[in-house]
Ligand binder design. Sequence first.
Ligand code: DGJ
Length: 715
Amino acid sequence: MIEFNIDDNLLKIETKNTLYAMKIVHDKYVAHLYYGAKSDFLRDMYKEYPVDFAPYVADIGANFSLNTVSTELSFFDSGDMKDTAVKIKNANGDSTTLFYYKSHRIFKGRCNFENMPYSRNADETLEIVYVDEVSGCKLYSYYSVFEKSDTITRYAKFVNQSENVIQLCQVNIAQLDISQGEYSVITLCGDYAKERNITEYPIHNGIQRIYSKRGHSSHQYNPFIALKEISATEDEGEAYAMEFVYSGDFEAQAEKSFDGKIRLMMGLNRDTFSWNLEYGEDFWTPEVILTYSNAGTNKLSQNLHDHIRTHIINPKFVYAARPIVINTWEAMYFNIDEDVLLRYAEKAKQLGIDTLVIDDGWFGERNNDSIGLGDWYVNRTKFKDGLKIFSDKIHNMGLNLGIWIEPEMVNPKSEIYKRHPEWVLQCKNRSGSLSRKQLVLDLTNDKVIDYIVEKIKETFAEVKLEYIKWDFNRSLSESGSLFLPARRQGETKHRFMLGCYKMHKKLTEAFPEVMFEGCSGGGGRFDAGILFYCPQIWTSDNTDPVCRLSIQKGTSLAYPVSAISAHISDTLFNNLENAPDYDFRFNVALGGVLGYELNILNLSPENEKKVREQIQKSRKIQPLLLQGDQYRLNGLEDGEFGFICVSKDKSEFLLAYQNIGKIKRKRICLNGLDDTALYKSESGDIYRGEELLNEGIELPVNTMYTYFHFTIDKY
Ligand code: DGJ
């Protein structure tokens, strides 16, 4: 619900459990008042006071300084000396930016984006209109409300109404000023094969910043940032988060000033973004999701999970049974062989797997990673009768078929590149870098997009497919475009991203029944932007179950179980004394959507039996995992991992717990259960909800790894 109180000039946004409040002051400015649990004490929150060295607004008086007042948006060189959210370059050459509040309106629903991912089905939206009187630029700042998931999203539109060209230099459209408290900053950092590990430090004076300049959201820093009270736990205390619905270059930061205030911001990366707005043109920013919890980081994550499931992921797929796949990559790499695939399919069917996914290597001359990328026609040496006949054979065996693509890229050794060297991103007269022996297509050019989309459509026109894995295997460098004029080169990276989204839209619309899985050399593009098109994303190329524990735990901070592809493989990197067995691997895969990525023809009879049982179990518990509330277990030590997933009606839950640190833990308290209910375990033991919450559950001493599935006792 959004309300305007004219007596106090107060604008209030309420969700189920939160209140966001701002105040229009001196008719021209929008001050930030409050974001937190519902409260009746907003009236006295706004304060003005003089501070030395804080520039003040001359015609209002020394008490009013943009440096000391908390604001909804801050503007470069306008008296706010902290890092500011919005910067434009005026036609006169200066960059001083100051937008004044002009008006606002509240409306049902939201502004939908044509060319970018966004959060669907908003309840209501607040539009605040600002004008920069010097540049003639108008700024429409939006707050869309999603009451049930306790989330608000922020996005904006800039419109140039002057005769001159205005350059947008920085658009950190989500800003949150927090006045007091001792906080830690949480980010999800990592690297290739080590994605999204939780990084948490007490905030210190200055700026703590994460970013991507790679043209994809990146393995290194996920577009997510949270502030958590230092004393908060998974289950208690206050926390705030921002998450970008965007897959390209971004920045997110927390700045603590000496007055103790903290400013959280997220937006496009200022180093790699600029945009020329000509007369009458507009520019829409991508969207940032904001949430608040006063019940620890579990509730923070649950809000984001609910938001992503209800408002980002395609509703057609979000709760539908997910395919249990056998993916060829780790067992075959580029050695795709039709006969072996058919044997895989036969075995997969016996095991209960439902989808065979042919990974890289099925097209063009693609026998290794140096050749053929971009040539989207089937390799007739590998598939003698073509893909249609092969697909028919697979379907006749009662299996579904999936296939791998990487539409944004080419090898220099490819037919497409030979014909169109001008179609890749490049800077005039500068030699470019290769990465994984490939180059990036210039998706600022619609012709390139249309060509690739048509080729892929043509290749799959007759082929029945149920699954497409969409990969992206290099970061961008030398990201110039021969297609764009010199004055628009600063727009290349964002235009490239818009081109990627256009491609995603076209291909997902061309194959509306197909489940798309996102991927980027593992989890290099794991973000809410991609989830708008692909209901799940390949989490990491690291499939070692021990390494996966911290990757998946970090990922769960911002993304639901249903988004996390988790395959059981035979690749082990860890140095535990005993290699994790198939039970352990399965328990870890419960943190995501189960699949297999190994040579299923080589399974021992014992493991074959295990896989069969795992698949049956997985089908039974998948609805709970896709739809339930996930609570990471509280108070774990290093080497312990675990969560419970509780159905929304609390009638059922699943506990996954792993102890790789040899910690002598006997009991663990659970969360989120109905304290009055009786729960029955798979083995028939009955527990009172209250007991599980307060005294905890005893963990079997003889196994290091365990998994339980409880249902509520009916009597
Ligand atoms: C990187 C992906 O993460 C892998 O799973 C696999 O699809 C390879 N690319 C194929 O080139």
